[in-house]
Ligand binder design. Structure first.
Ligand code: ATP
Ligand code: MG
Length: 378
């Protein structure tokens, strides 16, 4: 059964229990655009404790916000009680979530008209002209843009994100409000901004979105990004770039490697970006440089740069384990614990650079020579 049919099945079950339910948010937008939605979120008049007994598998994923996840045939559906959000005094998080409001109030709290429609099998609810804006390809806030950005400044970055993903333009009043309200971005958690910026950079309309960022000046509130980095990002080709490689490109565009820390990406993402960014500009890679990459990283490097660095299969060894000696041999030769890693690293280099063949006898001999020269002695 398709996801949409399952979502409709959830709606039907809730209606039979006397409630109202709709598909809401991004899924409605995507369906109207004839795109495949990533997931189907539902909104309902029922409270979580009323939803839970209706389905065999329900995970209480966010009860405070009225959200449970209904799992149907292994597919998860977030089902959230109609809610409103009042007074955002810190411009970050709603002070108060009120559950059990009307559908209209639930749609009113949403960010953009294209994201504020509700759909059930018997009809579409479109209170703010979402369909018109989809047809005109416009990102426009629900209600007065200044007020909406006062409530949650992240919405400004989300506006650029949707411009990029959908290749839409920005409603002029929304753009003006972004110019006026951008300082509020200082209060927004960098992780939330980074998630939106990642999506922005991966979208097909990134050029227009980045240009709008330059026009409004918003880039100044993105950690350590400046005009020239944004201009570089506009120019760079984004061939086959995946989420993991977005930050590589930001480094290539000129973000200082030390500044990546401020974006609070995972350690893994950060290391990968730093490693690849150094190599993007290299026309040829040494065997050692190729050895240090994973197969997958080398593939991505080729995709991003359009170059064809040889596959790692042409290397004498592809990983430490491929050496014909191992740590146990080092111990047998009387090396200290502390020396073993260094000695093996030395052998790796010798073999990868083809100074030595990966032959057990010659490697063991090399270790003895190395120990005399570099070992810590005993
Ligand atoms: P995607 O397909 O990328 O997930 P989406 O539209 O589903 O896009 P989400 O971030 O998953 O985006 O948010 C789901 C819905 O919740 C949005 O469509 C919007 O209605 C609402 N929403 C999300 N974030 C905000 C926000 N900061 N302010 C107001 N409404 C929001
Ligand atoms: Mg979503």
């Amino acid at each position: 059964m398709k996801m949409l049919e399952r979502a409709n099945q959830i709606i039907q079950t809730i209606e039979q229990a006397g409630g109202e339910a709709y598909i809401v948010g991004g899924a409605v937008r995507d369906m109207l655009l004839k795109r495949q939605p990533g997931d189907y979120d539902l909104a309902t008049s029922l409270f979580p404790h009323e939803v839970i007994p209706l389905f065999p598998v329900v995970i209480p994923t966010g009860l405070d916000h009225g959200t449970v996840t209904v799992v149907l045939d292994h597919d998860p559906f977030e089902v959230t009680t109609f809610r409103s959000e009042s007074t955002y005094s810190d411009r970050r998080r709603p002070d108060e979530v009120t559950l059990g409001v009307s559908l209209e109030e639930d749609l009113t709290r949403r960010d953009f008209t294209i994201n504020a429609m509700a759909l059930k099998p018997t009809g579409l609810v479109d209170l703010f002209g979402g369909q018109d804006d989809l047809a005109a390809k416009i990102v426009r806030t629900v209600g007065r843009a200044e007020d909406r950005f006062d409530e949650d400044a992240l919405r400004m970055i989300r506006a650029f994100r949707f411009m990029s993903q959908l290749e839409f333009s920005l409603d002029p009043q929304t753009e003006q409000a972004i110019k006026d309200k951008q300082e509020h971005l200082q209060a927004v958690a960098v992780e939330r901004i980074a998630n939106e910026v990642e999506k922005l950079l991966l979208g097909p309309g990134r050029t227009a979105a980045l240009e709008a960022m330059l026009r409004t000046g918003v880039y100044a509130y993105l950690p350590h990004l400046d005009r020239s980095i944004i201009e570089q990002l506009i120019r760079l080709p984004f061939n086959g770039v995946s989420t993991e490689d977005v930050w590589t490109l930001v480094l290539v565009a000129g973000l200082r490697p030390e500044a990546l820390r401020a974006w609070k990406r995972s350690k893994k993402q950060e290391t990968r970006a730093k490693t690849l960014a150094v190599l993007v500009n290299e026309e040829t890679l040494s065997d050692w440089q190729r050895y240090r990459l994973s197969d997958e990283e080398l593939l991505h490097l080729n995709e991003m740069t359009g170059r064809h660095h040889d596959e790692r299969t042409t290397l004498p060894i592809r990983q430490l384990k491929d050496l014909t000696v191992n740590g146990r041999d080092m111990i047998a030769l009387g090396l200290h614990k502390k020396e073993i890693k260094e000695a093996l690293h030395h052998l790796e280099k010798q073999v990868v650079y083809r100074h030595l063949e990966n032959q057990r006898d010659s490697l063991l001999r090399e270790v003895m020579t190395w120990k005399k020269q570099h070992g810590t002695g005993s």
